[in-house]
Design a protein around this ligand. Structure first.
Ligand code: WQD
Length: 346
């Protein structure tokens, strides 16, 4: 079995991707220093796949510790790099922390890939590199915008670092995956998004519906969109996960035409905040306690993907619709509540 290193494997997208990789016949190890990830994800993944997945609690900014993982695992054939800080408002308040963490970790990892001849690398990028696109749906040829936040800038810089690395190291293949808005959870409700104080819309909705939050706000209903609220491209986390497996198979099987290629990972559908809330209420049967509030600074008005390139090249397609995104997110929140209640009885 080919062994893949997943960094950030105890995080939301990392954990779900490990499940998809294993279900597609790969062996997986994880590096996660648990600064943002959680062993709860690692334990949940083990229940889903039926065996433990080794996690090395290593900070990728420490080159020596990172190299030690490669020395212990000389059979790594590919790397998927998720580990990064990703809070937009936190990056505005602490830019240097974001540059140090997100850039140093990537540089160290690419150095280890080169030294250990690991020639297949997938980089976790983001639709935030597009800013407010002039044309929708946005495709991979679109002009990149001036980043709205240091977080988005670390993603643009990361893509450029990967491109320059490939130019200087013929034979190395890097796939850049630009995620739109990953939501939902594995259908087992054994893994999902773990955020105590979420900023993202869907966990805010489910925490409000379950009573963890007393109310939520819709940030702005005066935008130039069909109902005044922002438009996003929500995509199920398991569709995102499968795209990573397909991206690795794409370069491992030598099907890539260039050393460094970029793909949009979105559903291709633009959905407004109010439409998403309605979809959630319909699926859950819950009436959501939300207020119409002011705009959130830095928000993009509307963005959704042209995903034709990924579907054509990666032999990948969307399997989950908006209802399934809401249903799995809600069942995960209910499972978390039950788990918390049971642990408080112990
Ligand atoms: C979506 C919409 C909010 C919370 C995400 C990730 C970012 C990057 C890009 C990966 C916006 C509105 C939200 C709330 C609301 N992804 N909203 N009330 O801003 O698209 O950014 O995608 O790299 O890391 O965060 O996602 O879920 O924060 O917001 O009205 O309580 O929901 O204004 O219009 P966003 P989000």
């Amino acid at each position: 079995m080919s062994k893949i290193l997943v960094t950030g494997g105890c995080g939301y997208i990392g954990g779900h991707t490990i499940v998809d990789l294993i279900e597609n016949g790969f062996e997986v190890i994880s590096i996660d220093d648990l600064s943002k990830g959680s062993l709860r994800m690692n334990e949940g993944v083990a229940k889903v796949v039926g065996h433990p997945v080794k996690n090395y609690r290593v900070n990728l900014c420490n080159l020596e510790d990172t190299e030690a993982v490669f020395i212990e695992n000389p059979d790594i054939v590919g790397i998927i790099h998720f580990a990064a800080f990703k809070s937009v408002p936190e990056s505005v308040d602490h830019p240097l922390r974001y540059f140090r963490n997100n850039i140093n970790s990537l540089v160290n990892l690419l150095q280890c890939a080169k030294e250990n001849n690991v020639a297949h690398f997938v980089f976790s990028s983001s639709c935030s590199v597009y800013g407010n696109p002039e044309k929708l749906p946005v495709d991979e040829k679109a002009k990149l915008a001036e980043p709205e936040s240091p977080y988005a800038r670390t993603k643009q810089m990361g893509e450029d670092i990967c491109k320059d690395f490939c130019k200087a190291n013929p034979g190395f293949n890097v796939t850049l995956l630009r995620y739109f808005n990953p939501v939902g959870a594995h259908s087992s409700a054994l893994i999902g998004e773990l955020q105590e104080k979420p900023e993202n819309l869907v966990p805010v909705i489910t925490q409000t519906a379950i009573g963890k939050k007393s109310e939520m706000q819709v940030f702005g209903t005066d935008y130039d969109t069909r109902d005044g609220s922002c438009v996003r491209d929500y995509i199920h986390v398991m569709d995102i996960a499968n795209a990573h497996t397909k991206a690795l198979q794409y370069t491992l099987e030598g099907r890539n035409s260039e050393a460094c290629e970029v793909f949009n990972l979105g559903s291709g559908n633009g959905v407004t905040v109010l439409e998403l809330i309605n979809a959630f209420e319909k699926i859950s049967g819950e009436k959501l306690n939300y207020k119409l509030g002011p705009r959130r600074p830095g928000d993009v008005v509307a963005v959704y993907a042209d995903n034709c390139k990924a579907r054509a090249c990666l032999d990948w397609d969307i399997k989950y619709d908006l209802e399934q995104m809401m249903d799995t997110a809600w069942r995960w929140e209910q499972a978390l509540k039950k788990e918390t209640a049971q642990s408080s009885l112990k």
